[in-house]
Design a protein around this ligand. Structure first.
Ligand code: B12
Length: 424
């Protein structure tokens, strides 16, 4: 007992005499692990540990951090690399546990380390809902060897939470728990790219993180109508532009795509509600349908394409645009929409005798499904060319090769030419 007490005293002393600015997060991580181990194996030390623990909480109560304090603390966090000696409850993680189980462990770890009073109710429900996805992004970044995808995602997580007024300190503490769990799980090989992504985050300045897009005046007018619930006005605005000769492809890219990207940024920055985003998306889809008679009027070029989103992918407007652009260029298109099962895609390719399969992925976890379908098609229908597109392929231009696709392009405007070059 004497030893434990003096160790706790030493810990106090080292924290307070070294001063916050010189504290290494290596120490914090190790102390947290040590404390958990002690609590598990020596419950009699509880009163001492509790006192020490409370001080540690005060130390970690970084709710009032500025962005630069936050980045400084993250730099320290990156130095935790030897915490696996006394891992306590982290031992319970199965080496191959699935991401949903791991997400539960992450939530429990966070609760054990920081206790519920240190986690606001809103943040608590966010991390309960979203920890699984945060882990799936890391898993896919590891599997596809894509640093840039993780960089972008960590930055997104940071911006998404802090724009909801979650204090920097809470996000920081969550990153501590996330990193600890990753380090002791089947994802531990990802610790290097995770640290790099955290490094990248701290190099960004806070203004860059918050920026929204600079959109065209047509897109701005259209979005203003939608955000004010003026669906009829928005529809007439687009129909007038089309009647006055604005090319459909320009309406799609410069107005529909631009306003969708903008609404995404506004939602990410907590400036519009989910309901407003749904309303905008639904209205744009409705107007796209009203434009269909103009799309289907072109000549047939004899080529056939199946277009789809895979896995749990619900973002279907991008692939719908790809489909419509190919239709305008004379292709016969077979649009399957959101979250299409692998088998259904294969059946459609066979039944439809398609020359091309176009797959869209917006969320990184769906890369796994895209990769599986590509392997299946390459085996069962090797003559079909496969093109992929969407956010991860824009971020990482070589990613398509690593998952076995024949090509990727960044926008519906480039699809026709690229497809012709693949099929020639
Ligand atoms: C609308 C929307 C939704 C809708 C989708 C409804 C629908 N019917 O499509 C709903 C509400 C379902 C949704 C849900 C979610 N969403 Co959402 N969503 C959006 C939003 C605002 C617009 C998407 C869109 O319509 N884009 C317009 C199209 C035209 O653009 P595009 O997809 O990029 O497509 C173009 C190119 O990429 C390319 N392309 C695309 N596919 C292909 C394929 C091929 C073969 C080729 C060649 C080219 C190509 O060509 C297209 C045309 O030029 C985006 C914002 C954004 N930046 O996109 C967020 C966004 C994608 N969503 C996001 C998130 C987080 C989610 C959720 C996880 C939220 C949640 N907590 O539940 C869920 C996930 C659902 C799921 N399992 O898929 C984030 C993703 C963040 C990240 N870092 O990954 C974004 C970026 C919002 C944001 N800024 O934070 N979403």
């Amino acid at each position: 007992m004497l030893n434990q007490t003096s160790k706790i005293r030493d810990t106090f002393l080292s924290i307070y005499t070294n001063g916050l600015d010189r504290i290494h997060f290596l120490d914090i991580g190790a102390h947290v692990d040590w404390m958990i181990h002690k609590l598990e194996h020596h419950p009699q030390s509880y009163p001492f540990i509790t006192t020490w623990h409370q001080s540690l909480y005060q130390f970690l109560d970084l709710g009032e951090l500025s962005f630069s304090d936050f980045t400084q603390q993250i730099s320290g966090l990156l130095n935790i690399d030897t915490v696996d000696s006394n891992k306590g409850f982290l031992d319970a993680l199965e080496p191959h546990s699935k991401s949903d189980q791991l997400a539960e462990s992450l939530v429990q770890t966070h609760l054990s380390l920081f206790q519920s009073e240190k986690v606001s109710d809103e943040f608590w429900s966010l991390i309960r809902e979203e920890s699984n996805r945060h882990l799936q992004f890391l898993e896919q970044a590891i599997q596809t060897k894509s640093q840039v995808i993780l960089n972008e995602y960590i930055s997104w997580v940071f911006n998404f939470y802090t724009s909801k007024a979650v204090p920097f300190g809470e996000v920081f503490r969550y990153f501590i728990s996330y990193r600890l769990v990753v380090q002791h799980s089947y994802l531990k090989e990802g610790i290097g790219i995770l640290d790099e992504a955290l490094h990248q985050l701290i190099q960004k300045n806070s203004d860059q993180v918050q920026q929204t897009e600079d959109i065209t005046s047509h897109a701005k007018t259209y979005l203003d109508y939608l955000l004010n619930g003026l669906r009829k006005e928005a529809t007439s605005f687009i129909m007038n532009l089309a009647d006055n000769g604005m090319p459909l492809k320009d309406i799609y890219i410069q107005i529909f795509q631009a306003s969708q990207y903008e609404i995404g940024l506004l939602w990410e920055n907590n400036k519009v509600t989910i309901a407003q985003e749904h309303y905008c998306t639904a209205t744009t889809q409705m107007i796209m349908s009203m434009l269909y008679p103009r799309i289907f009027s072109t000549m047939d070029n004899g080529l056939k394409v199946v277009t789809a989103c895979v896995g749990n992918e619900l973002h279907e407007m991008g692939i719908r645009m790809v489909s419509d652009f190919l239709e305008m260029d004379g292709w016969d298109t077979y649009y399957l929409g959101a979250n299409t099962p692998k088998e259904a895609i294969l059946e459609a390719l066979v039944e439809y005798k398609a020359d091309l399969l176009a797959i869209s992925v917006t969320l990184t976890p769906q890369i796994k499904d895209a990769s599986e379908i590509i392997q299946l098609i390459k085996k069962e229908r090797p003559e079909v060319k496969i093109m992929v597109g969407g956010y991860p392929f824009i971020l990482d231009p070589e990613l398509y090769q690593r998952i076995g696709a024949d090509a990727a392009v960044n926008s519906a405007t480039e699809v026709h030419e690229k497809a012709l070059s693949l099929l020639s």
